[in-house]
Design a protein around this ligand. Structure first.
Ligand code: PLP
Length: 410
């Protein structure tokens, strides 16, 4: 063996390649940094009013995933504080499968009731995904019968794509063109056991093809893994999210979501289709087992938020969000108009124009991020807007006016 031959050292790069990723990613980050759009330190007055201490610059957040504004809801803040006072500890600091606080058990039961499914809490959605996907690949979740071919939708969120190398050590991993049911059906015909990994609502807009997937599940026993972080809380009568609101749970379906977006707290949740998986995952799902779970403050916040999800206030907030989305769609029709989700893209085409628009908006008091290839197609660069229920009407109107005048002058 030649000691200097790098081919002995470089990995196979089947599922990740940091060198290739950084080559593009770093350039984009550094460009945003140069434009003063990164590393902004603020004090919080509201989501509509963040203040840079050094300069006094004030701005409105138009790129927050707190779609219902629950991140500053007094009841949720109070829930966190009360939980700490009541338990008198920040955490027990022992694996939850061994010993866990009644407060966390209360949350498990509260989420089980809310989502009408066994609900496993986790410190984050990413940790739940990291723990669960490899066990689907190995065939330990989703019924006996051995490993499953893992098919990842090409647009699925980083938190899932990141786990491909681990899944790939257990079974065959494939990438599927976005929402391509024909591709998926071919795989189902070719292999006896297949799992499909997708977002429920995608972070660049659009949804999964739920009906077609359920049909494949019925015909081929396809396992479905959904991450519905972007529609949790904002859709469904109890904020179950798009997928849960439209399906019945079964042992071949698992839904995860972040509790740090629309839900307004911290942590993640896995809605399980099989009661037996609850204890099994607590024992065996990688970081779910050996890393911390939701801490006491976050558990208290989650409990308060879950209660709020059972009250009429949820529907009112969903309605306020809808009104803001409708107003925006009326001012700036886009291909996402009318899809009910809060993520919008103002397309300007050119990458530099997008960055300049984002800079100008920030100067005028609105933070939203420029997006370009590979996040969106080449030549389709623009500014990503995320609407909120707690975005004040006059603020939204003046934001739209500002965008309009900047686009005219560009
Ligand atoms: C934000 C996001 C996550 C990350 O959630 P955490 O709870 O912070 O890990 C995962 N999946 C999707 C689709 C997201 O948008």
């Amino acid at each position: 063996m030649n000691q200097n031959d790098p081919s002995d050292i470089v990995g196979p790069h089947h599922y990740r390649n940091a060198e290739a990723m950084l080559a593009h990613g770093e350039r984009v980050w550094l460009r945003a940094a140069e434009s003063g759009l990164l590393d902004i330190h603020v004090d919080h007055e509201s989501n509509d009013r963040l203040i840079v201490r050094e300069t006094g610059h004030e701005f409105t957040l138009l790129c927050s995933c707190s779609y219902l504004g629950l991140n500053h809801h007094p009841r949720i803040i109070e829930g966190a504080v009360t939980a700490l006072r009541k338990t008198g500890t920040t955490a027990l600091s022992i694996a939850e499968i061994r010993v866990r606080l009644n407060l966390l058990v209360e949350l498990e039961e509260s989420l089980r009731d809310l989502y009408r499914a066994p609900a496993l809490p986790g410190v984050s959605c990413s940790v739940l995904t990291a723990g669960i996907l490899p066990l689907i690949a190995s065939g330990h979740i989703g019924g006996a019968g051995g490993p499953r071919v893992m098919v990842f939708d090409r647009f699925c969120h980083f938190s899932m794509a990141y786990i491909k190398p681990i899944c790939g050590d257990e079974s065959l991993v494939l990438n599927c063109p976005h929402n391509d049911l024909n591709y998926l059906e071919d795989i189902c015909k070719k292999y006896p056991r297949v799992a499909y990994v997708a977002d429920g609502a995608y972070s660049m807009g659009g949804r999964t093809v739920l009906e077609g997937l359920l049909d494949l599940q019925n015909r081929y026993g396809l396992f479905l893994y959904f991450d519905d972080s972007h529609s949790l809380s904002i859709e469904g009568p109890r904020g179950e999210g798009y997928v849960r609101a439209n399906i019945e749970m079964n042992p071949l379906t698992l839904i995860v979501g972040s509790l740090a977006k629309g839900f307004g707290a911290s942590g993640g949740v896995a809605m399980l289709g099989d009661e037996r998986d609850f204890q099994f995952l607590y024992r065996n799902a990688g970081p779910v087992t050996w890393s911390q779970n939701i801490d006491v403050a976050a558990t208290g916040a989650c409990l308060a938020s879950a209660d709020l999800h059972r009250s009429p206030e949820l529907g009112q907030l969903q309605e306020k969000l809808r009104r803001n989305i409708d107003y925006f769609d009326q001012r700036f029709p886009t291909r996402f108009s009318g899809n009910g989700l809060p993520i919008r893209l103002i397309e300007v085409g050119d990458e530099d124009l997008a960055v300049r628009l984002s800079e100008e908006l920030y100067r005028n008091g609105y933070y939203c991020s420029a997006v370009f290839f590979p996040i969106v197609a080449r030549g389709a660069a623009g500014v990503r807007i995320m609407l909120r229920a707690d975005l004040e009407t006059d603020r939204l109107v003046s934001f739209c006016n500002t965008v309009e005048s900047l686009m005219v002058s560009a």
